[in-house]
Ligand binder design. Structure first.
Ligand code: 1CP
Length: 344
């Protein structure tokens, strides 16, 4: 099957399909026993990310189990900071930790953009393996974190609730913040271009914390970096569809689509599907936004919400997905319930 004939590619090309293609954020993850087994075999989360055979294996697991229409490369948005020279480690049961960047001296310790591929080459290898092993009809999605979201982890050294350390740096040392953003922006474009060259058919930019940007700064730090990245990708590989995920941007998602020209906009659980269908869908394919909590609670509420979400977007280009990643507590059987409700 040619890439352009795959269901996800057709939706991204603007086609309205009778049954929407479907995949899930974090579809390779701890809710699956086979993921937990492969992660144990790898030793740690980071060793899994940098082991092309095992990273490809966990990417394929949810495809085998559920027949999703897309596979997302197994990696993490925090590999880019690591490739730029930040220290990165995961504290079991807590989450990521990084060495922080809050001054010119910290910035000077980071390496050049060209050097990132030394660290990231196993990721490109994973993409190559997936390209040859995925079923013919499955679309392969590459990804990276958007610069603001990646910067929040580099500045705070961990995940935070409200991104206060990063907003503080904007107010206290704008030149350092801007220089960090520029470095991440160029690294992200270079990283995504290499993923495409290795076989990714689509790329997704995760701006998980865009909702924490003060409104007046959304254009400068969510939209403008996305434009720079997209321009570099389009110059190298015109025609590769791009999915933006300006999470919790609310109605600013419209300006995001207008300014960046993304083929698709992923929406989080807070977005009203009727609004998104009316305002966003005429401009781009929409992807989302079932509440991931329903995959824990299941039952009739899951069936009803799945069908209502799909119905809201039935008159335009649409990819069914969750509003955020599936959680470790989700019941794998509920994913089958969701798929039956969607596909009949
Ligand atoms: O213990 C484990 O096995 C680790 C859990 C885990 C997984 C499965 C992490 C740590 N990352 C991932 C994989 C991952 N991360 C993928 C690929 C697989 C897939 O989707 O199937 C992707 C696309 C991501 C993206 C990612 N990582 C984002 C953006 C999307 C989002 O969730 O908003 C973010 C913010 C991260 C950072 C990160 N990595 C891992 C955790 C627990 C976190 C969040 C940390 C925090 O904010 O506290």
């Amino acid at each position: 099957m040619q890439s352009k004939d795959k269901l996800v590619m057709r939706a991204l090309g603007g086609e309205t399909l009778p049954t929407p293609p479907v995949w899930m954020m974090r579809q390779a993850g701890r809710y699956l026993p086979e993921y937990r087994a492969t992660r144990a075999e790898a030793g740690s989360f980071l060793e899994l990310c940098y082991n092309p055979e095992l990273a490809a294996e966990v990417t394929l697991q949810p495809i085998r189990r559920y027949g999703f229409d897309a596979a997302i490369l197994f990696a993490d948005i925090l590999l880019v900071p690591q490739a730029l020279g930040a220290d990165l480690w995961f504290v079991e049961g807590e989450g990521p930790r990084l060495s922080t960047v809050t001054s010119q001296a910290d910035l000077d310790k980071l390496g050049p953009v060209d050097a990132i591929h030394d660290t990231l080459s196993p990721i490109y290898e994973t993409v190559k393996i997936l390209k040859s092993e995925l079923p013919a009809e499955t679309t392969l999605i590459g990804f990276a974190g958007a610069p603001w979201t990646v910067a929040t982890y580099m500045i705070a050294g961990r995940g935070t609730k409200d991104q206060a350390p990063s907003r503080s740096l904007i107010y206290q040392n704008r030149p350092v913040f801007d220089a960090l953003m520029d470095r991440i922006t160029d690294a992200t474009a270079a990283y995504l271009i290499k993923q495409i060259e290795a076989g990714a058919e689509v790329v997704k930019l995760f701006d998980s914390w865009s909702g924490a940007l003060p409104g007046a700064l959304f254009d400068q730090y969510a939209i403008q970096p996305a434009i720079k990245i997209i321009n570099q990708i389009r110059a190298a590989h015109p025609g590769v569809p791009i999915i933006g995920f300006p999470r919790q941007a609310g109605e600013k998602a419209e300006a995001f689509i207008d300014a960046t020209g993304v083929e698709a906009c992923a929406i989080d659980t807070s977005v009203d599907p009727a609004w998104a269908a009316r305002v966003l869908q005429p401009k781009a394919c929409v992807q989302g936004n079932l509440d991931p909590l329903l995959l824990i609670t299941g039952g009739d509420a899951l069936i009803k919400a799945t069908q209502e979400t799909a119905a809201a977007f039935a008159n335009g280009p649409y990819i069914f997905n969750l509003g955020h990643g599936i959680t470790p507590e989700a019941d794998p059987a509920n994913v089958d319930v969701m798929l039956r409700a969607l596909r009949g």
